[in-house]
Design a binder for this molecule. Structure first.
Ligand SMILES: *Cc1c(COP(=O)(O)O)cnc(C)c1O
Length: 399
């Protein structure tokens, strides 16, 4: 068998060098655990970046994928398939919106949402094109979605960027009130900011955003690619805040690990697009939709969602205990359900060092924006598994 060093070398020689990879070769998984090719076991509190919501090796998911693969993997969107019709009906039912489009990734879902919003606004006025997004947001890596992403570091070198994007500070309603006008086509926000450091909406921020959108005839696009699919403790995070968007986007957890993306919109918005206006070859293929149907039959269940909320509260309280124990290292604990962030406050150890030390001890966690430990585990984790990770974090902070 090959050693991991041989695999590192081959990958490093051939793969586009855009990822700083951790030096392990992962091989297989079971539940909330992953194993590398040397047989070392890791508890997985990243879930492939909020993707593996049902954990690894989930039997109903594996069965649905293998059964569907044996029947047919792909036929294109020139035809109907039962898995796609079922997944679309479930999403319409859960969202309270009317129409679904399936893509293959988060960026593609957001790209579709931006396109439909632009086309919809054109029916009011040719210059109603402004899209307002938030600083520190993350919406993807295609040209339009990286422009929507309010982080200049992702823009650098890729100019000229698509026109018409403006940025406001998340949670600053006055700034949005100043920038929004009848030229605004849409306001696009993550319901809970993930990549940017795990920030939740304050007080009635999202309700006020909704009101400002309505006043200015602008669409509200909520990006729930990371915070959706039960992660907040509700199937859609916006349910927590008592609002409904005009368009919501999903991806990451939607098919439990199989690539998929989706946007869901109201009938009114849907009417802006006609046959030929948008499309995809792979999007919504029967394989991805068969996997999505397992997620959509599992996660919205009330017991499943209250599990997420309970284990999330347990986890958050344990992180707050750590903050009390190490106040000079942790300044804040943020988040809802199983999207939690720990703000690091000193230079004793960098976020990446902490991640590496956790990995040595058998825990996979993540650091975002350099200073925030982000926890987005499979939604099936237990309090005992939270304890395992807390124990490792405690050791690392104590050092
Ligand atoms: C990951 C992410 C995206 C991009 O999804 P990809 O599948 O990587 O294109 C967009 N928005 C949010 C909020 C995300 O977390």
């Amino acid at each position: 068998m090959e050693t991991q060093e041989q695999i590192f070398a081959r990958d490093d020689n051939n793969y586009l060098p855009v990822f700083n990879r951790y030096k392990i070769v992962l091989d297989h998984g079971e539940g909330a655990y992953l194993y590398d090719i040397n047989g070392k076991k890791y508890i997985d509190f990243l879930a492939g970046i909020a993707v593996n919501v049902l954990g690894h090796g989930c039997k109903p998911l594996v069965d649905a994928i293998s059964n569907q693969a044996a029947k047919v993997i792909h036929v294109s969107n020139l035809y109907y398939t039962e898995p796609q019709a079922n997944a679309a009906a479930k999403l319409v039912n859960l969202s309270g919106l009317d129409r679904v489009f399936f893509a293959n990734s988060g960026a593609e879902a957001n790209e579709g949402a931006i396109k439909i919003a632009r086309k919809f606004a054109k029916s009011f006025s040719e210059d109603k094109t402004q899209i307002i997004t938030a600083w520190d947001s993350f919406h993807g890596r295609t040209l339009a979605t990286l422009t929507a992403t309010g982080q200049p570091k992702y823009h650098k070198g890729f100019e000229p960027l698509p026109a018409g994007f403006d940025y406001v500070h998340y949670n600053d309603i006055d700034e949005l009130a100043e920038k929004i006008s009848d030229k605004t086509c849409a306001v696009m926000l993550e319901t809970i900011q993930g990549e940017g450091g795990v920030y939740t909406p304050k007080d009635d921020y999202l309700q006020k955003v909704r009101e400002l959108c309505d006043k200015n005839n602008a669409l509200l696009i909520l990006d729930e690619i990371q915070a959706g699919i039960g992660r907040s403790g509700k199937f859609f995070a916006y349910e927590k805040y008592g609002i409904k968007p005009d368009i919501v986007t999903l991806a990451k957890g939607l098919a439990g690990g199989v690539p998929i993306g989706a946007f869901i919109c109201t009938e009114k918005v849907a009417n802006a697009l006609h046959p030929g206006d948008h499309g995809t070859t792979f999007g919504g293929n029967p394989l991805a939709c068969a996997a999505a149907n397992v997620v959509l039959d599992t996660v919205p269940d009330e017991k499943f969602l209250s599990h997420v909320e309970e284990v999330g509260n347990y986890f958050k309280n344990k992180l707050i205990d750590l903050q009390k124990k190490y106040p000079e290292q942790i300044s804040e604990v943020r988040g809802e359900g199983l999207i939690l962030g720990v703000q690091l406050s000193n230079s004793k150890k960098s976020g990446v060092e902490i991640v590496n030390e956790c990995m040595k001890r058998g825990a996979i966690i993540n650091c975002t924006v350099g200073t925030v430990l982000r926890f987005i585990p499979p939604l099936i984790i237990t309090n005992e598994q939270v304890d395992e990770v807390i124990k490792i974090l405690d050791e690392v902070f104590a050092e």
